[in-house]
Design a protein around this ligand. Structure first.
Ligand code: GLC
Length: 532
């Protein structure tokens, strides 16, 4: 594995730029802010920074509505600030990954302004326009992911356009070769500027059914569910002909040396792995969100790890994601007490880990009243619990009034406990969650078996998960107690001899012979003397 690529060895860290670090006092984070915190990321030990969209945008969906793919929104800075960020990151050995949003643009993008101008505009076919149904209603039953129909009537031309998300986010027509060529040039623009890769937004949405057939009803839909659950998205997403489109994107990525293509895909495992491409010519890393949706029990985790491993195509590199800007914080999903074991799991599984900013200090969802919501999904479908503001709140850096995030008023409230739970406080305390993350990352670096070794399940007994990571040179055993109760005598395979390298409590390094004792919510990594 000495020839492992950086995106196989490394750890990704997602920055939500509005909430990382503000430098101009407007209460919103910016590129100079990220640059100012690069040394923190080096201290943490991560390898690559994925930054959510920073392009000019009306911010209807906080940057996921792009009005110019080749610029920087003034809220975040400008191209010079971006170049400074890339240069300083590269000088520290950090990679920069951008968020590419190809499925839709902003309705303010000049392409859409032209497209909507008339039925005969040369850009008309850049978007998805259809005549009304015979009754004058939307062309089919496709819904918007953010509530209501996925179609909006343009009264001037009498046609509807499709938007899988907000009506301010019209979907591009990826069947149009001119659209594809324009988007390929966007990738080239950023790679020529030094960008190391892309996370591709909703990549499984790019192609829709050519005949625009209705989606089938979802038998599991219940009143009170968000609108998008009314139908199964079988005709509006995950079409077989998306794969050649992705292979083209990959071809563009491969024009430049050593860049990475990551796909955002929310699909069951069997369909997810198709996004590696039939000949591994798809995404290098189709994001694996299994840990986000899993119920947190040892048997369930063991099962999903096995399912994923079995489904991976030959040569396909695994990856694991614990959180992102669309999902409740891990600490809120599984409870603070289990965040240490979750960290150990993420950083000892086989495959590239992706962390979400602030999870390393145990940030929790910050409650935000519906009337204070910024997230357009929450505004469209209030009270269903779909809002994403709670997981997007500013990073607390220190105990100063706005937690060192801004000198102004933060765009979203800081967590109430920011004076106590912040980076500076945890940096000084080796027993903190941040201390544990740093130790785990350092260990992953020092023991190549943790990124390159094979995975073998030993046991999922009660609520204890035990597995091995093995290579020719090393063998490491990981034991995680997911229960609130102590496990005093966990049997290990006959002949197990070794030494504790790290406990989630960071207070033991004893020899291990044949069995282990774990305290509630404790995990340990054990270096074995020999393979078993
Ligand atoms: C992705 C993004 C999400 C955004 C949506 C529309 O799921 O992660 O934040 O709202 O796509 O672009």
């Amino acid at each position: 594995m000495s020839q492992a690529r950086w995106w196989q060895r490394g750890i990704f860290y997602q920055v939500y730029p509005r909430s990382f670090q503000d430098t101009n006092g407007d209460g919103i984070g910016d590129l100079d802010g990220i640059r100012a915190r690069l040394d923190y990321l080096v201290t943490l030990g991560v390898d690559a920074v994925w930054i959510s969209p920073i392009f000019p945008s009306p911010m209807a969906d906080f940057g996921y509505d792009v009005a110019d793919y080749c610029g920087i929104d003034p809220i975040f800075g400008d191209l010079e600030a971006f170049d400074r960020l890339v240069a300083d990151a590269h000088a520290r050995g950090l990679k920069i990954v951008l968020d590419f949003v190809p499925n839709h643009t902003s309705d303010q993008h000049p392409w859409f302004v032209e497209s909507r101008a008339s039925r005969h505009n040369p850009r008309r076919d850049w978007y998805i326009w259809r005549d009304p149904a015979p009754d004058g209603g939307p062309p089919n039953n496709w819904m918007s992911n953010f509530g209501g129909p996925g179609w909006t009537l343009d009264p001037a031309s009498g046609q509807y356009y499709y938007h899988a998300f907000l009506r301010e986010q019209p979907d591009l027509n990826w069947r149009n070769p001119a659209v594809r060529a324009a988007m390929h040039d966007v990738l080239r623009f950023w790679m020529a500027r030094g960008v190391d890769g892309f996370r591709v937004d909703v990549i499984w949405h790019l192609m829709k059914d050519a005949d625009f057939r209705d989606n089938p009803p979802n038998p599991e839909y219940e009143p009170g569910d968000p609108d998008i659950r009314r139908f199964i998205q079988s005709h509006s997403t995950d079409q077989p002909d998306v794969h050649p489109i992705i292979a083209e994107l990959r071809g563009v990525i491969d024009e430049y040396e050593d860049r990475v293509l990551i796909g955002e895909i929310y699909l069951p495992i069997d369909r997810l792995v198709a996004y590696y491409g039939a000949n591994l010519d798809g995404a290098h890393l189709p994001f694996n969100f299994q840990l986000i949706h899993a119920s947190w029990s040892a048997p369930r985790l063991a099962e999903l790890i096995a399912e994923y491993d079995a489904a991976l195509p030959e040569g396909g590199w695994p990856n694991w994601v614990l959180g992102n800007h669309d999902q409740p914080r891990i600490a809120s999903r599984i409870g603070c007490r289990r965040t240490r074991v979750a960290a150990m799991l993420l950083l000892t599984l086989r495959g590239t880990p992706t962390m979400y900013y602030g999870d390393e200090i145990g940030m929790e969802n910050v409650p935000i009243a519906t009337e204070d919501a910024h997230d357009p999904w929450e505004k469209n479908e209030p009270g269903l619990g779909v809002g994403r503001d709670p997981e997007r709140t500013p990073m607390p850096w220190d105990a100063s009034p706005a937690a060192g995030f801004t000198t102004g008023r933060p765009w979203l409230p800081l967590a109430a406990d920011s004076a106590r739970r912040n980076v500076a406080a945890q940096m000084e305390d080796p027993a903190s969650l941040l201390g544990l993350y740093r130790a785990l990352i350092a260990l992953r670096r020092a023991h190549p078996v943790l990124h390159a070794g094979t995975y073998r399940k030993i046991a999922a007994l009660g609520d204890v998960l035990v597995f091995l990571r093995e290579s020719e040179q090393e063998c490491v055993l990981v034991a995680l107690n997911l229960a609130e109760t102590a496990q005093d005598d966990i049997p290990l395979p006959p002949g197990t001899l070794g030494r504790v390298l790290l406990s989630t409590a960071r207070d033991r390094e004893e020899r291990v012979e044949g069995h282990l004792a774990l305290r509630p919510d404790e995990g340990v990594i054990v270096a074995l003397d020999a393979r078993i």
